[in-house]
Design a protein around this ligand. Structure first.
Ligand SMILES: Nc1ncnc2c1ncn2[C@@H]1O[C@H](COP(=O)(O)OP(=O)(O)OP(=O)(O)O)[C@@H](O)[C@H]1O
Ligand SMILES: [Mg+2]
Length: 259
């Protein structure tokens, strides 16, 4: 599978962020950040811990404001948070424990006053897409970490966002579950044509998933140092020579510091 995109979905020019707006000499977490993400692209933000990946993703999500610069989100959806859906690192804090899997997934639809029968139909579609069939009536507390992350993803997808923003969504999962979720995410992405921005500090995860990898420099004043294009088709074989070559090239950017 090889996918090419042409239209822009997200354009950030000269972005900067400080959390000390009033200080005489504010410290910038992000500075001179330039970023262009194409419609339908799988884009990875890769960088060392604390460099500002979540800060940047939260700005793209609209949760936080830029201190300087211009951000353009180009979607045809102006009603649905401008077409953006956010998947958090922890499903535990994102899901409602008193609602079943199906109710969690259809929660946003209920808020949008979509009739019950239609909600059920949409929820079932995403239950199936995310591999949750037969778990619809369970409560989050009775699910494994991987299953909970599937529910969170299904709930976001049920709102049909054009852009999926994911902040280390598999960071808390064990290695095997994480690998399964990575494959599932690639399958879902290829079936739904979403634009995905996925944050990670794991080089292997970046190369398993990404078409482009925005490599961030160490903070403060972090920016996207290099945009690396992964020249591999999906699914990616982590044991192949070509995978290893990509890994080494990305790793070379981090030789001056450990991540
Ligand atoms: N609300 C805030 N107020 C003040 N400083 C903040 C705030 N949010 C983040 N920071 C600072 O901004 C920097 C970047 O934080 P951020 O959480 O974006 O990093 P990250 O790359 O996502 O790290 P990690 O890999 O650990 O998740 C850190 O130095 C952090 O302390
Ligand atoms: Mg973070």
């Amino acid at each position: 599978m090889s996918i090419t995109m042409t239209e822009d979905a997200i354009v950030l020019k000269n972005g900067a962020k400080t959390f000390q707006e009033d200080a005489e000499e504010p410290i910038y977490v992000l500075k001179n950040v330039d970023l262009t993400i194409k419609k339908g692209e799988f884009y990875i933000l890769l960088g060392p811990s604390g460099c500002g990946k979540s800060t940047l993703l939260n700005i793209i999500a609209g949760f936080s404001e830029l201190s300087m610069g211009d951000l353009e989100i180009i979607t045809s959806d102006t009603t649905n948070r401008d077409g953006r859906g956010f998947v958090f690192q922890s499903a535990d804090s994102a899901l409602f424990p008193w609602l079943t899997v199906e109710e969690n997934i259809s929660f946003g639809l209920k808020m949008k006053k979509i009739p019950k029968a239609q909600r059920k139909e949409i929820a079932n579609k995403f239950i199936e897409l995310t591999g949750l069939s037969s778990h619809g009536s369970k409560f989050p507390d009775n699910l494994s970490g991987g299953m909970k992350q599937r529910v969170q993803l299904a709930r976001v997808l049920a709102n049909e966002p054009e852009i999926l923003l994911m902040d280390e969504p598999f960071g808390a999962l064990d290695a095997m579950t994480r690998r399964t979720m990575q494959s599932e995410l690639i399958r879902i992405w290829s079936e739904t044509n979403k634009t995905v921005i996925f944050v990670t500090h794991d080089i292997q995860e970046a190369i398993i998933l990404g078409q482009k990898i925005g490599i961030m420099s160490v903070g403060p004043e972090s920016r996207i140092d290099t945009t690396y294009e992964v020249d591999l088709t999906y699914p990616r074989d982590t044991t192949s020579v070509a995978f290893n070559k990509n890994y080494k090239q990305v790793q070379a950017h981090f030789e001056d510091y450990s991540i």
